[in-house]
Design a protein around this ligand. Structure first.
Ligand code: NDP
Ligand code: 2IT
Length: 451
């Protein structure tokens, strides 16, 4: 079954770096093979074919003026993948590496992630090949306005609710919302991750990273009777997810010794100085991590050019638990071998699909607890849904309330994933557990709504 679907998608190999959509589909279908055979309705309703085909892909031209009045043109996209469980929901990514393939993989993952939350949200993803690096605040604003001029007909509070992802934080969402409002005069909760000043939920900026750590804490407690206190942890990335993962790990007493950006890695054996990291990477500033060692000469900076062949420096530093929080395919088989060799007991994904398939296989074989991003990073989209709820009822919830609900939801996701794995005879395989649990809820809705 996996082979025939992949063939139809134009690909038969199981692990292809330059086709991330096929990579994501392949992982999910491999998990589902037995489940699909267990119920004839899946074939009768062509569930798999419907599941791997996006509802629609919207592509548009984004033209904008820089600060010197030069004209620029970028590609803009929204992949609305599946809305069987609720309005399309998922982030926008602004990064030069954005292509339709990347957004299809992210949107496909999103439908499973959103299903796992148990909340009424479908899945989508969008973005642009625009590079925010080195752009002035006004240029970011002009780009966001131009992007929304093209996107606005396709979104709505009960239709499709975009949010942030790589290169898109509350500043960008603020500008996008501003333009949406100018055009439509509508104050609906059409975007989540808005600034708190106009409809954003408290804790949305922290939600993904905090949720990752809540998930990790629960998994370690239940599976190993372990805690994160005084444990050495490694984190990759230096953006929204990485910073809040580091913050919550530190609050729980863990010692986080690494972070990284697209140019290099910091190893600080005394523990990452979070205030300095924020200072370097605050929205708009985006300085290089090499600056970290100016004030912290005991720390080590490794430029990307000196990474181990086929690997990433972060994962070669001994740790109790590892948290990949930068981007897709950033943890290779070589890195996984090093993590296992160094006695790492858990890998908890904060990014979307950061671990390569053969690295995941190794973790599962070696008994390293491995949590796929669609389970452990679902806290971000969950708090986005909380924001939609607050907007719809014109309420504002307190920080503590959102935090409590997030913690509870992450524990539920862990339980759902681990119980499903047990029920299907693959105990502690949280990849299969997550894919099967998400599929069951989603496919039921697709069957019940008819074709
Ligand atoms: P940010 O833009 O805030 O940060 C991204 C970080 O990853 C930066 O440190 C960036 O380095 C680094 N990075 C980005 N692209 C690459 C690359 N090609 N190679 C190496 N490093 C790279 O994004 P987020 O923190 O929001 O997102 C990180 C991951 O988490 C992504 O996979 C995203 O899809 C996922 N995610 C995000 C959620 C959210 O709520 N924001 C929710 C769930 C998942 P540099 O500083 O040099 O740009
Ligand atoms: O990958 C993700 O879950 C996100 N980028 C967040 C999506 C959202 O709608 O909050």
């Amino acid at each position: 079954m996996v082979e025939s679907v992949l063939k139809k998608l134009g690909q038969t190999d199981n692990c292809v770096l330059d086709d991330v959509f096929v990579q994501a589909v392949s992982e999910v279908l491999t998990s589902l093979e037995l489940t699909i055979r267990s119920d004839s309705r899946y074939e009768q309703f062509a569930i798999i074919e419907r599941l791997v085909t996006p509802d629609r892909i919207i592509q548009f031209k984004v033209q904008w003026l820089d600060d010197h009045n030069n004209v620029h043109v970028n590609n803009g996209y929204r992949v609305q993948f599946n809305n069987s469980l609720g309005p399309y929901k998922g982030g926008l990514r602004f990064h030069p590496s954005v292509t339709v393939d990347v957004l299809k993989f992210l949107a496909f993952e999103q439908i499973f992630k959103n299903s796992l939350t148990g909340l009424p949200i479908g899945g989508a993803k969008g973005g642009s090949d625009f590079d925010p690096k080195g752009k002035s605040d006004f240029e970011i604003m002009k780009f966001c306005h131009a992007f929304m001029r093209e996107l606005h007909p396709y979104i709505g509070a009960r239709i499709d609710v975009p949010a942030g992802d790589i290169g898109v934080g509350s500043r960008e969402i603020g500008y996008l919302f501003g333009e949406y409002k100018h055009i439509t005069r509508n104050y609906d909760g059409v975007l989540s991750g808005k600034p708190y000043a106009f409809g954003g939920s408290l804790m949305r900026p922290q939600a993904t990273g905090y949720g990752v750590v809540y998930f990790a804490r629960e998994m370690l407690k239940e599976e190993l009777q372990e805690s994160l206190e005084e444990k050495v942890c490694t984190v990759s990335g230096a953006g929204n997810v990485a910073i809040h993962t580091i913050e919550k790990l530190q609050q729980l007493g863990a010692i986080v010794v690494t972070c990284s950006d697209s140019d290099g890695t910091i190893y600080d054996p005394k523990g990452i100085d979070l205030a300095l990291l924020r200072h370097l990477k605050d929205e708009g500033r985006r300085l290089s991590l090499v600056e970290y060692i100016n004030t912290h000469p005991h720390a080590l900076y490794t430029p990307k050019t000196e990474y181990p062949d086929g690997g990433h420096t972060v994962w070669h530093i001994p740790c109790f638990a590892a948290f990949p929080c930068a981007t897709q395919n950033e943890l290779t088989l070589i890195d996984a071998q090093k993590l296992v060799e160094n006695g790492c007991v858990a890998v908890v994904e904060g990014a979307n699909m950061p671990t390569l398939p053969d690295a995941i296989e190794l973790f599962l074989r070696e008994g390293v607890l491995f949590s796929p991003g669609k389970a452990s990073n679902a806290g971000g989209v969950a708090v986005s849904e909380f924001e939609m709820s607050q907007n719809a009822s014109m309420e504002k919830w307190e920080f503590e309330k959102v935090d409590r609900k997030l913690d509870e939801l992450m524990r539920q996701i862990y339980k759902r994933v681990s119980l499903t794995a047990k029920e299907y005879g693959v105990e502690r395989n949280f990849v299969d557990g997550a894919n099967i649990a998400a599929f069951k809820r989603l496919s039921e809705a697709m069957i019940l709504e008819g074709v």
